[in-house]
Design a protein around this ligand. Structure first.
Ligand code: C2E
Ligand code: MG
Ligand code: MG
Ligand code: MG
Length: 285
């Protein structure tokens, strides 16, 4: 027997590969069943503006609410879902859930902040399907498109920039904005970056983590912020965990922060409490 290996090359089929294939099949089966039962939901992590101290946005992060396995984080299923062509359906449920919560918060008279939904590179490759999914979610929920933001990673943005720019433009025509996620981990061509009609850059957590101990990371973060501001982009730092991180980011004029220091990703009900609570306080551990 032969099986398709990484990089598209054909390799001999081994028992370990058989075990892995069986494991993937089980997950695939469970994912399909989870989709039928609408088990994919959004958790929300606030973004705190450093000037006003207020929550000015949040990110929707996929969680699989599985009856057998509990709350499963995206690292455990996004990759498999992409492999089996299930990412669109899963993201669709996360997007729908995000829009449902946006309507709920609005109905309760809470401050309205945009929700950023993560989109995988695969989905950006299929522009028509992505745009149809967004249109449907907006139509179904009646949510103001300006309250929806999509995050695409720097690596997927740069792997096929012409296509990505076209998709971002299609979304922008609808009032939906885009942000570049995990910035600093891919290979951005600055000449391409300046053509991206986006409003926001998110600095990857790996740079923020050591920003107070590693002078190189500090320099990189400072440079990203300066460049982003020169291009009129807002900058959000992700993975902000400590008061030292916060102090540094303030000093280098980062616009907003997201991380465990202010809140972990929260169920919609808890996010409602945060929105109702005024300026959030940092909780150093
Ligand atoms: P991401 O978009 O870069 O999201 C940020 C991740 O960092 C989240 O992990 C979040 O929980 C985590 N995080 C936030 N603040 C902190 C912090 O202070 N410290 C630490 N150590 N971690 C922090 P999560 O929720 O496990 O998501 C992981 C990745 O999965 C996301 O990275 C995103 O790339 C992907 N993902 C999540 N939801 C979706 C989705 O609906 N669709 C797609 N395509 N990908 C998704
Ligand atoms: Mg993200
Ligand atoms: Mg990110
Ligand atoms: Mg990241």
């Amino acid at each position: 027997h032969r099986a398709k290996g990484g990089g598209g090359a054909f390799q001999m089929f081994t028992p370990e590969m058989g075990a892995r294939a069986a494991h993937l099949l089980t997950i695939q089966h469970k994912l399909r069943r989870g989709l039928e039962r609408h088990e994919f939901v959004a958790y929300f992590q606030p973004q705190v503006d450093l000037r006003s101290g207020l929550i000015t946005g949040c990110e929707a992060l996929a969680r699989w609410n599985s009856p057998e396995d509990g709350l499963v984080p995206p690292g455990k299923f996004i990759g498999v879902a992409e492999e089996y062509g299930l990412i669109d359906a899963i993201c669709g449920q996360v997007l729908d859930d995000s829009c449902r919560w946006l309507s709920t918060w609005r109905a309760r008279g809470l401050p309205q902040v945009p929700v950023a939904v993560n989109i995988s590179g695969r989905q950006f490759q299929n522009a028509r399907q992505l745009v149809a999914m967004v249109d449907q979610a907006l139509r179904q929920s009646g949510v103001d498109p300006r309250l929806l933001e999509l995050e695409l990673t720097e690596s997927s943005a740069m792997s096929d920039p012409e296509n990505a720019i076209a998709v971002v433009n299609l979304l922008r025509e609808r009032g939906v904005s885009c942000a570049i996620d995990d910035f600093g981990t891919g290979y951005s061509s600055l000449s391409v970056l300046k053509r991206f009609p986006i409003g926001k850059l998110k600095i990857d957590r790996s740079f923020v983590m050591d920003v107070t101990t590693d002078p190189n990371d500090a320099a990189i973060v400072q440079a990203i912020i300066a460049m982003a501001h020169a291009l009129n982009l807002r900058v959000v730092a992700e993975g902000v965990e400590t008061l030292d991180h916060l102090a540094f980011l303030r000093e280098v004029h980062c616009d907003a922060v997201q991380g465990f220091l202010f809140a972990r990703p929260l169920p919609g009900e808890d996010m409602a409490l945060m929105l109702a609570g005024g300026p959030p306080q940092p909780n150093p551990r």
